[in-house]
Design a protein around this ligand. Structure first.
Ligand SMILES: C[S@@+](CC[C@H](N)C(=O)[O-])C[C@H]1O[C@@H](n2cnc3c(N)ncnc32)[C@H](O)[C@@H]1O
Length: 546
């Protein structure tokens, strides 16, 4: 079963079935792809002087009704929750066998697993947009029961929307997402959230002021529910009512100057000071959290803001609890969970996302954040297995072994001869210089070295790294050596074309050699989370240097 904190690379359905025990998780947040037929182009930072060419389609959120959907649909018919089975049959007869049905089938199976792993005190938050939210809520009702529904949180995602009416659009600009909040049972945990009052609210309600300037409002002391709720009945300041407080407590409050009768005969009220209140209780409309743009953005297209995840995690878990994000993308939920001292599990089907989260956590928390990564190859055999299963994932993973970023060129599948890029600085240079990387998952061919050197020259790159699963021949190594030598500003000599094997990189016996380099030239870094005296974490400025 899962050891915490763990990042899993793989399909969340398989990972949950194999690694996550029943009733072991306190909170699930999931932000699945929406079936919006969007390609998730991952943008990498390019150093000054290099165009932004390094972008890659990490994930395409398009589903089709095919063999896998049919298999998963059949699984849904044969699991114990017959409501879900009936509902999926009804959906299929209404929607037919199309992309939406394939998407809902994928989601239903995963939501059933998520319910299984939740503790009875646990909650689930499903983040989605209007593309399929109406169907997803029906699926959630089937999985958790209608009684499990707590809220539809509407998050105002975009604060300044440009109207597209000039381009002929005939609808209101969509600027909200929905977050469905369900509880596993009545034993669910919940910590209410509060925000500062809006200035207009303060002016409208806290309009009384003490001589020392303290603002307060007057609130009712009448016992709600009267006699039926056991409230005491007595006369106070000439008014007889069912009161919220005992007679003794009422007199104490009066002696402390906490009770005001605005005119004789009026119902007495209690003072509530602005500086003593918790603030305004957060309701289901969230308009106070900006999307993850600017400094917080790591270039992952669907990245959610940390503040959003912090609110959810605070509301439905306590320190030490376990938070699971089965579609974790660039890891916002994992980051927020770590910051708030929860334990966590993140799962994503692209190894790029997992690599990005590793870097994010290291930048934000340094060594203090301990975690394991499962599913990415750890030895030659598992690397071979990944290469056989998925050529692109293998290439993306292999280039991260030399701390490079994957490269896919402008057109998907276009063979530029480049699978990865890396930038470095030499002592004398102001601008970053380039390394091109080629990955070979199958056998090596005699002219692979020459081809890479040709690409290196064409791209005006200082170095070329050829990463291979197979062991290069002595002739290939000699060809690589004959591509020339780079002499650094510090006078060190490096081979321009280097042959690197997956095994050597994994065991640490080989590494791509080049002059000093600054790691954050290649990836955007997450801001460092710092501790202040009380041990609380807060966001601090970005560190300088590596
Ligand atoms: C909308 S993004 C999540 C973004 C995330 N909330 C963040 O703040 O970065 C959805 C993610 O789900 C992943 N994904 C899609 N299908 C998956 C599956 N079956 N198992 C695990 N991850 C999956 C995609 O790779 C993508 O990174």
């Amino acid at each position: 079963m899962a050891t915490l904190n763990t990042l899993y690379y793989g399909d969340n359905l398989d990972i949950m079935r194999e690694h996550i025990g029943a009733e072991s998780v306190d909170l699930v947040y999931l932000d699945p792809p929406f079936n919006s037929k969007r390609a998730y182009n991952l943008l990498f930072k390019s150093p000054k002087g290099h165009q932004s060419e390094a972008q890659i389609t990490a994930f395409e959120d398009t589903w089709h009704w095919a063999e896998q959907a049919e298999r998963e649909f059949d699984d849904l018919l044969h699991q114990p929750n017959t409501d879900v089975a009936e509902m999926m049959k009804a959906f299929r007869s209404f929607l037919g066998e199309n992309d939406v049905m394939a998407y809902l089938t994928m989601m239903a199976g995963r939501l059933l697993e998520l319910r299984r792993v939740l503790k009875p005190t646990g909650s689930l938050y499903l983040h989605c947009d209007p593309t399929a939210s109406h169907y997803l809520k029906v699926v959630l009702d089937g999985v958790f029961g209608v009684q499990g529904f707590r809220n539809e949180i509407v998050w105002k995602r975009i604060h300044t929307v440009k109207g597209n009416f000039g381009q002929g659009s005939k609808f209101f600009g969509p600027n909200t997402d929905s977050i469905f909040f369900y509880a596993r049972s009545e034993q669910q945990k919940f910590n209410p959230a509060f925000t500062d009052y809006r200035p207009e609210y303060i002016d409208q309600f806290f309009h009384h002021t003490e001589p020392d300037g303290r603002r307060y409002r007057l609130i009712s002391m009448i016992g709600p529910g009267g006699a039926s709720k056991g409230n005491p009945h007595y006369e106070f300041m000439g008014v007889t009512k069912y009161w919220r407080y005992s007679e003794k407590k009422m007199h104490e409050l009066h002696d402390q100057g906490m009770i005001v009768q605005t005119k004789p005969g009026a119902v007495p009220q209690r003072k509530q000071y602005l500086d003593q209140g918790k603030g305004a209780a957060v309701q289901s409309l969230w308009t106070d959290i900006e999307s993850a743009s600017g400094g917080e953005s790591l270039g992952y297209p669907t990245q959610k803001p940390l503040a959003l995840l912090e609110r959810i995690i605070r509301a439905s878990s306590d320190e030490g609890d376990v938070v699971l994000d089965p579609f974790c993308g660039c890891g916002t939920a994992v980051h927020a969970a770590q910051k708030l001292k929860r334990r966590w599990i993140g799962i994503d089907i692209t190894c790029l996302a997992i690599g990005l989260i590793e870097k994010r956590l290291k930048s934000a928390f340094g060594k203090e954040c301990e975690f394991k990564v499962e599913g990415t190859p750890k030895d030659l055999e598992s690397a071979r297995d990944l290469a056989a299963r998925d050529k692109y994932q293998f290439q993306w993973w292999a280039v991260t072994l030399v701390d490079a970023q994957p490269f896919q060129g402008k057109k998907k599948g276009a063979d530029t001869g480049i699978d990865g890029l890396k930038f470095f600085h030499d002592l004398q240079t102001k601008d970053a210089m380039k390394i091109v990387i080629s990955v070979k998952g199958g056998g090596l061919k005699a002219d692979d070295v020459r081809a890479l050197n040709h690409v290196r020259e064409r791209e005006k790159a200082e170095f070329g790294f050829l990463i291979s699963l197979a062991e290069p021949t002595a002739k290939m190594r000699a060809d690589a050596a004959s591509a020339g030598i780079y002499t650094s500003g510090a006078g060190q000599k490096y081979q321009r074309v280097q042959m690197l094997t997956i095994e050597g990189l994994l065991t640490g016996t080989e590494r791509g050699e080049h002059p000093d380099y600054v790691p954050d030239v290649n990836y955007k870094r997450a801001k460092r989370e710092k501790r202040h005296k009380e041990g609380e974490l807060f966001e601090g400025p970005q560190p300088t240097g590596p």
